[in-house]
Design a protein around this ligand. Sequence first.
Ligand SMILES: Cc1cc2nc3c(=O)[nH]c(=O)nc-3n(C[C@H](O)[C@H](O)[C@H](O)COP(=O)(O)OP(=O)(O)OC[C@H]3O[C@@H](n4cnc5c(N)ncnc54)[C@H](O)[C@@H]3O)c2cc1C
Length: 401
Amino acid sequence: MKTSPDVTVVGAGPVGLLLACELALQGVRTTVLERLTARSGTIKAQMISGLTRQMLGMRGLGPAVDAASEREAAGLSWRPTGSTGHFAGLFKLDGLPLVMLSQQALEHILETRAVELGVEIRRGVGVTDLDLGSEYVVGCDGGRSTVRGLAGFDFPGTGPTLTGYQAVVDLDGDVPHGWHRTPTGIHAFGPLKGRIMLIEFDGPPASRDVSRAGLEAALRRVSGLDVRITRVHTATTWTDNTRQATTYRRGSVLLAGDAAHVHSPFGGQGLNLGLQDAVNLGWKLATGDSALIDTYTAERHPVADRVLRNTLAQVALTRPDPRSRELHSLVSDLLDLPEVKARISAMVQGTDIRYDTGCSHPRAGTFVAGLDLSDGKGAVTVVDGLEAVVRPDGYISHIGE
Ligand SMILES: Cc1cc2nc3c(=O)[nH]c(=O)nc-3n(C[C@H](O)[C@H](O)[C@H](O)COP(=O)(O)OP(=O)(O)OC[C@H]3O[C@@H](n4cnc5c(N)ncnc54)[C@H](O)[C@@H]3O)c2cc1C
């Protein structure tokens, strides 16, 4: 007897791969369709949050993540040990340390796991219509999602105002490590050897292509330094286009990750947000229970909305004009206050997320760290001396009476 739906996941980025693992763990027959024939080598995220690390650990992926992070540490020009991330370039946050891990290494771990769990991954298949023969289709196909467009999701928000660059290069000349604000923008160097990040607040990129000469000119303009870029290994542009689908489900079509929400990478939140969407959605979709599946939008939409808003605030704070600089300086002072530090840290790291599970206890709807839920089932455990029923995604559904 058939007990769970078949699901097609569109996109083998980190979110599509983790969602496929989550579905397969629940016994769902899952196919992933990916346009690219091989994993992209373009530099993107280079770290995951402490909360995401705990979630991957809950599924038994902790050792693989830590080993890959350790291997990659050899390629860092300096090691930001204990870093808890930043808000608008203010490295004053508190809480769970970040784990340095390239997006490519994470994708490799997730793809290996998905294949072990029996997921069929078909590369070189660009989806152009939604008639895919499965009961549910989940668009994990990134910020320019085809699935989102085909299914008619609204995607409102604010347009781009800046051009960001991220690249790995060979340099002739010295550039200081860390983040630097200048009268013309922001430049950052490291921790990956040769990695530069630049921001110019002068409108969106004219083109998605980045030339060596164009990157060098931007680096000189922003830093004022006499440096030459002799080789570009990988480069990408990004911007602060900030949009979110109004719902994450239209009938049998769902969205997760960048397909559901886009924003600037300030604070390194996008990858974590998408991975946590996947962990929230997988077990719900596996049940085929429509009302439960709808709680995916109800729980995850407000979380992304808050990230979108805090990234917009970070863009405003980091602009180089005198008024924004003063605002940045004021926020820097405020972040020295323990209460402000704790609140902003929890917001950026997602550690204060509390879903409405219908139970009024303050711990209900919060994440329980350290559980082994590698079988994809929930658990009954003791939290704060009380019996707690934990969902398959590690969040408490009921606690106490
Ligand atoms: C410069 C930069 C730096 C970043 N830094 C950070 C950071 O430090 N921390 C952080 O948390 N986040 C960061 N992010 C954000 C993070 O990279 C994204 O949030 C993440 O890639 C989203 O994953 P995804 O799986 O949703 O989408 P993607 O990674 O975009 O994957 C989508 C996949 O779908 C495929 N696809 C697209 N269309 C189709 C189609 N029609 N048919 C089949 N397949 C299709 C694509 O080829 C791709 O493989 C950064 C992003 C950028 C650009």
